[in-house]
Design a protein around this ligand. Structure first.
Ligand code: NDP
Length: 242
């Protein structure tokens, strides 16, 4: 994988303490960006910081804390990555607790909207910026028992298009990235629910988080300026029961 150039850029990655987010923080930083990531508590932030070089900063903030996120984004940022996500609640629609549904949509969709709104103010003033939304194949293909996740990610995919449509002519790029099936804790939760994602992957194994991270970081560089409004989709067939 060749070196990427994001020198002089600032980036904020939500949920950067583990999984794809952590790999992306490392990749953006390696490319020369000044990176800040959010974690939900100090212990998680500190654990991640130990794995990163000394230039990366962490902030403790839940993405659903709108005031906290707005304050974090107040100084402005060149690259915003809405990565934080949750998969539950699990169960057929009639059994889903409406409060859990609302929590999922708040995390996967509304928090990304709110962070985008905060980031856009500075981006518009500076005449440019990049917004990345971590999407999912679940935005297009229903996964049995994951209605909130699928609905939230479908909304997020449309939010990406709306940002690109409304702000593209002001130098702001928005794109989605559906990372396929990546070896993180989230996939552990999916496997525990009886789904065998590996059966759907031609090469027969999960992708390490570094693979989508490098691709996303490349998409943030000037080399990828043509990507705006689209979703890059590492596509597999819809999950089947094992
Ligand atoms: P993980 O479950 O491994 O990590 C999720 C991250 O999001 C953690 O850092 C978690 O923090 C954070 N997070 C969750 N809720 C909140 C919240 N309310 N506030 C702040 N942070 C929060 O997920 P992945 O790395 O696998 O996934 C990253 C993104 O990619 C997600 O949006 C996911 O939907 C998407 N994706 C992943 C796929 C995969 O195969 N892994 C497939 C398709 C999409 P904490 O440690 O505190 O829980």
């Amino acid at each position: 994988m060749r070196p990427l150039d994001l020198s002089g850029k600032t980036a904020l990655v939500t949920g950067g303490n583990r999984g794809i987010g952590l790999a992306l923080v490392r990749e953006l930083s390696r490319a020369g960006a000044r990176v800040t990531f959010t974690a939900r508590n100090q212990a998680n932030a500190d654990a991640a910081l130990k794995e990163l070089d000394g230039t990366v900063e962490a902030r403790v903030c839940d993405v659903t804390d709108r005031a906290g996120m707005a304050a974090l984004l107040e100084p402005g940022v060149d690259i915003l990555v809405n990565n934080a996500g949750v998969i539950g609640p699990i169960g057929h629609i009639a059994e889903v607790d409406p409060a859990e549904w609302a929590r999922n949509i708040e995390t996967n969709l509304t928090a990304a909207f709110a962070a985008t709104q905060s980031a856009l103010r500075g981006m518009v003033a500076r005449g440019g910026g990049t917004i990345v939304n971590l999407s999912s194949g679940a935005a297009r293909n229903a996964m049995e028992g994951w209605s909130a996740y699928c609905s939230g990610k479908a909304g997020l995919a449309m939010l990406t298009q709306c940002v690109a449509k409304e702000y593209g002519d002001r130098g702001i790029r928005a794109f989605g990235f559906a990372p396929g099936v990546v070896d993180t804790d989230m996939q552990g939760a999916i496997r525990a629910s009886g789904i065998n994602p590996v059966s759907q992957i031609p090469r027969g194994n999960l992708a390490p988080p570094e693979e989508p991270a490098w691709a996303i970081a490349w998409l943030c560089t000037a080399e990828a300026d043509v990507f705006a409004g689209q979703e890059v989709d590492v596509r597999h067939e819809p999950f089947r029961r094992a």
